[in-house]
Design a protein around this ligand. Structure first.
Ligand SMILES: [Fe+2]
Ligand SMILES: [Fe+2]
Length: 350
């Protein structure tokens, strides 16, 4: 069935479309996208499919609705809306293209209005879902990360009900895309590792939330320092080292958040504290740190080591683990050896 005939058939009600929320699509090769985040009159950069059922049958198929390079016209939106359809589908392998497309849309909206509009938050909301989905696909987090999927998607959905929380996550993305993906990855891997440690779902989810917001203080560090290619001057380093205290302050007054456990505040402040007491900002010994601080400290560095930087390739998981094992401060290991042992088990456990 070509795309013209599928559109004609839709007009004449010859086919039955299928309505499902997109969370059920985990094993499907297609992911759904909300029609409201397609840019009016702009060419789409990926194929869009419709989900239909044959009459009298449960079998579904995904005929092509709009081809990559075709413009998203008002008439398609009207036609689908009339039929009560608010989502189309794209192939999972196009996920990166879709994230790029939504990033462009957000740039356009940001250009049109200095304020964070509900329209922008709607596009961002969809982008956040896809970014999480992409994060799962990274082999560097091990197979166990899949187990966090339901809990993280639940957490993200509850954040999406809270414009204050969404604005805060948007702030991270708007400041720096790498910081945003780093924060999402920590949310995911933090939740998964806690589940591996047999912690309760609520605690696992709280650590995930702490991962999402741990570096929020970085949004107060000037772009030129974050994006600097070469080594930082002592003055710049001092400024960066201020981000835990700034993040803590930001979250303490971020009262627009309906749900913010105390751990999120504690970890934003303590996530650069070392196991030997040589970290910053407080230089706390292990026994005075929050019990989750050593987890966040370790995951934070592991995530940072295993991504590509402009000045170096990404470390392989075993190389990153070796670096963590060998890292020593003036009074002993920087990363808690017991936690590291458990983390290695987590990386290889299905
Ligand atoms: Fe940090
Ligand atoms: Fe971090």
């Amino acid at each position: 069935m070509d795309e013209n005939s599928i559109r004609d058939k839709l007009l004449t009600s010859e086919i039955k479309t299928v309505h499902r929320s997109w969370s059920d699509a985990q094993s499907s090769p297609y992911t759904s996208i909300n029609l409201s985040v397609l840019i009016p009159k702009e060419r789409i950069t990926f194929n869009l499919y419709l989900k239909v059922a044959q009459k009298g049958s449960q079998d579904v198929s995904y005929p092509l609705f709009l081809k990559e390079g075709e413009a998203w016209e008002r008439q398609w939106l009207d036609l689908l809306t009339q039929k009560g359809i608010d989502r189309l589908y794209f192939l999972n392998e196009d996920l990166e293209l879709v994230i790029g497309y939504l990033n462009n849309y957000m740039q356009v909206l940001k250009y049109e209005s200095a304020k964070v509009t509900p329209e922008l938050l709607a596009v961002f909301s969809e982008q956040l879902h896809y970014s999480i989905r992409k994060a799962y696909q990274s082999p560097r987090f091990g197979p166990g990360v899949q187990k966090a999927q339901a809990l993280v998607e639940d957490l993200i959905e509850s954040l999406q009900q809270d414009p204050g929380a969404m604005k805060l996550v948007w702030k991270v993305l708007y400041h720096n895309f790498n910081l945003y993906t780093h924060s999402i990855n920590l949310c995911l891997i933090g939740t998964a590792f806690m589940l591996f440690l047999k912690k309760a779902p609520k605690e696992s989810r709280d650590l995930g939330l702490a991962g999402l917001f741990h570096d929020i203080g970085m949004t107060r560090i000037p772009q030129e320092i974050i994006l600097k290619d070469g080594p930082l001057t002592p003055g710049e380093r001092a400024e960066v080292n201020h981000h835990p205290a700034m993040g803590h302050r930001l979250l303490s007054k971020g009262t627009s958040l309906a749900y913010l456990p105390n751990e999120v505040l504690r970890l934003s402040l303590e996530h650069h504290e070392n196991a030997d007491g040589s970290g910053y900002p407080l230089g706390l010994p292990l026994n005075r740190q929050h019990p989750w601080t050593r987890i966040m400290r370790l995951l934070d560095t592991y995530e940072a080591l295993t991504v590509t930087r402009p000045y170096r390739a990404a470390y392989k998981p075993f190389e990153a683990v070796k670096i963590l094992q060998e890292a020593r401060g003036p009074r002993g290991p920087i990363y808690d050896p017991q936690t590291l042992k458990l983390f290695i088990a987590f990386l290889i456990t299905e």
